[in-house]
Design a binder for this molecule. Structure first.
Ligand code: NAD
Length: 495
């Protein structure tokens, strides 16, 4: 049996727990291995390893840390096809998309290479006579990263390069659905020269997560996943006074104004709706068409859907399977719900003929029109290749619909009217906005994060906020006496 285990103290770790969960090859529909689910002893081993490594890593020079991160970047860049193959085999996304995810993660590694600049403090000379005031940014200690299945490499890379650059030690708890990418990255860190224990991987489920959030030895948690779990993580960390950022789910809308370029709209809706089989937190799941464009737009989308090749991500395909059978069935269930609630199924992905094994977890691109906003198919995050169209009569109606939702991750407007785009970016309630760009994921030196139920906590991922999250500031007020010091004075200094 292929047992996917933990990585602790610079080596693969033999689990104490005998609990395991299946890991599938979604394009074949077969079990490819079993992932260890940590127990208390495994959790303690990971925390002890990170704790032990912390003092020396905290005190290592910025130059030394930078060299190791550079080396990690070089190795990752050279060997990313290996990692992409692992991602495709466990997640199902096509190889080119797996490579794309690694490249976006690598951008954060590259950003973290500039860490000496980002860790600089401030200095004020003579704040009072002969008194200098300065600040330093210090690491937090052991930090936990808990990641979702849909980006097994990129989402952990939103956090760990920065956490490590800032001098913290890390425990990554990847999704149990695709756990091997994390192990591969852990080995790469060791090859890059990272001291043992600075980066650990703890496999598991709720028990591992609770072990991390409840431990007094874990100083902070970065979480990405569905909204109910994000809320749970945020509330429980906050109760313990632990620093936390918890990124949750999404339901991203794309507003199409009557003057938009409908070919660009159709291409964008397809790419953003069906890329990675819709299993992206920045996927577009609702196209809000301001009439009279809906019919023409739908026609263009339908003709493009007919060209999408669904199949095994290792073959020349555009879209792979869904991650598990259970998830595939849940997503297909939403098509039934929409239909029962009065939506029109324009393209039905349930009848897809894939270029792949018949037992794979297949669901083709699906297009729904006139989805009622009262339907669960509109209200819930579906997280699959199901694109809904809603027709509205004005910009205002579209904006109101978007702002009425409980999520606020990303959104986009398609128009050639600069004034309308400007008003949209100003009034829409979401954290990441695209103007004629369907998936506005910020580059690494900006920060990633949504509003409302898409982010709990006040720090987003990467960019300067990432460094702020993984450090704490000290302000030092210092005076070196010279012969003219003024003697006893019980008041605040006046000059
Ligand atoms: P999930 O919430 O099921 O799992 C996320 C992590 O939480 C995993 O590591 C999992 O093991 C753990 N977990 C699951 N159940 C738990 C429980 N009861 N208690 C404690 N921990 C638990 O999410 P998923 O299905 O892996 O990922 C898809 C979700 O992630 C979608 O909702 C998507 O929108 C969201 N996501 C959000 C972003 C973002 O940036 N906002 C990015 C990627 C994914």
């Amino acid at each position: 049996m292929n047992l996917i285990s933990h990585y602790i103290s610079g080596a693969e770790h033999r689990p104490s727990s005998t609990r395991t969960a299946p890991v599938y090859d979604p394009a074949l529909g077969t079990e490819s291995g079993r992932v260890a689910l940590a127990d208390e002893t495994d959790i303690k081993a990971a925390i002890d390893s990170a704790k032990l490594a912390y003092p020396a890593w905290r005190d290592s020079s910025l130059a030394k840390r930078q060299q190791i991160i550079f080396k990690f970047r070089e190795l990752l860049n050279e060997r990313k096809p290996e990692l992409a193959a692992i991602i495709t085999a466990e997640h199902g996304k096509v190889l080119s998309d797996a490579l794309g995810e690694i490249t976006r993660g690598q951008e954060v590694v590259e950003f973290a290479c500039g860490m000496p600049h980002l860790l600089k403090g401030e200095y004020s000379e003579n704040a009072s006579t002969n008194v200098d005031v300065y600040s330093t940014k210090q690491p937090l200690g052991v930090v936990g990263i808990i990641s979702p299945f849909n980006f097994p490499a990129m989402v952990p890379m939103w956090f760990f390069p920065i956490a490590i650059a800032a001098g913290n030690t890390v425990i990554l708890k990847p999704s149990e659905k695709d756990p091997s990418a994390a192990l591969w990255m852990a080995k790469l860190w060791t090859e890059a020269g990272l001291p043992a224990g600075v980066f650990n991987v703890l496999q598991g489920d709720k028990e591992s997560v609770d072990g991390l959030i409840n431990s007094d030895d874990v100083a902070a948690i970065s979480f990405v996943g569905s909204t109910p779990i994000a809320k749970y993580i945020y509330e429980n960390c906050a109760k313990k006074g632990k620093r936390v950022q918890a990124l949750g789910g999404a339901k991203n809308h794309m507003l199409v104004l009557p003057d938009a370029d409908l070919d660009l709209v159709a291409d964008s809706a397809i790419n953003a709706g069906f890329g990675s089989a819709g299993e992206r937190c920045m996927a577009i799941s609702v196209v809000v068409a301001v009439e009279p464009v809906a019919d023409e737009m739908i026609e263009k989308i339908v003709s493009r859907i007919s060209q999408i090749k669904v199949g095994d991500g290792r073959r020349a395909c555009d879209m792979g399977p869904l991650v598990t059978k259970e998830h595939r069935d849940k997503v297909a269930g939403y098509i039934e719900i929409a239909e029962a609630d009065g939506a029109k199924v324009v393209v039905d992905g349930r009848s897809v003929v894939p270029d792949g094994d018949k037992n794979g977890f297949w669901l083709g691109p699906t297009l729904l029109d006139q989805v009622p906003t009262s339907s669960k198919a509109y209200q819930d995050e579906i997280f699959g290749p199901v694109l809904s169209v809603i027709r509205v009569s004005s910009f205002e109606e579209g904006l109101e619909l978007i702002n009425g939702g409980i999520y606020g991750n990303g959104t986009a407007v398609f128009t050639n009217d600069g004034g309308a785009a400007r008003r949209f970016q100003n009034e829409v309630e979401a954290g990441m906005i695209g103007v004629n760009v369907p998936i506005p994921v910020p580059v690494a030196y900006f920060s990633f994060g949504g509003w409302k139920n898409s982010l709990f906590g006040d720090s987003r991922a990467h960019g300067e906020e990432g460094f702020r999250f993984f450090t704490r500031t000290k302000v030092i007020t210092s005076r070196w006496l010279d012969p003219s010091h003024g003697g006893v004075n019980l008041g605040f200094p006046q000059n």
